[in-house]
Design a protein around this ligand. Sequence first.
Ligand code: MN3
Length: 203
Amino acid sequence: MAFTLPELGYAYDALEPHMDARTMEIHHTKHHNGYTNKLNAAIEGTDLDGKSIEDILTGLDMTNTAVRNNGGGYYNHNQFWTAMNPNDRGRLSGPLLDAINAAYGSKDGFVEAFSKAAGTRFGSGWAWLCVHDGGKVEVCSTPNQDNPLMPGVGCGGTPILGLDVWEHAYYLNYQNRRPDYVKAFFNVINWNEVEKRYEAATK
Ligand code: MN3
């Protein structure tokens, strides 16, 4: 059973001006689509074929670079698109806000830590908010298409919010101004979705 490129659930221009339509379209139809097709090619006929993407990444042989890069790319972008929403953003609240306050003092403290993780990731990668057993949250970053589900990349736990800091995610609109792009991301986060992920991860 091959993996398929998911729909965004909103138009390419729906997140303007924070995420521009041209970047969104290229990012989805070229980059994400490429990871999806290459992941399918890499697992076809292997014992990974038929497993869920989460199972593939959690049990990953990190020397399998084709699955590491493309399986990571497939999963990371899936969670990225659905963590943003032009209409249904909700508000950071409830048990997730409590966990963020416990770890970072306040929402602002979390935003600062997350922005720093995104800004200091040298080259390409992702910034993450993860949940550990017991509900504790932690911010971290990973290189390339690695993510916290993979063994030994650091952070660990279940990722519930990830920001793509590859240049392909922002260069057309923001050029080298990654901090502006990171700031813009906080205007389009769908907190309802992130809270749902937190609740699922702490069940
Ligand atoms: Mn990307």
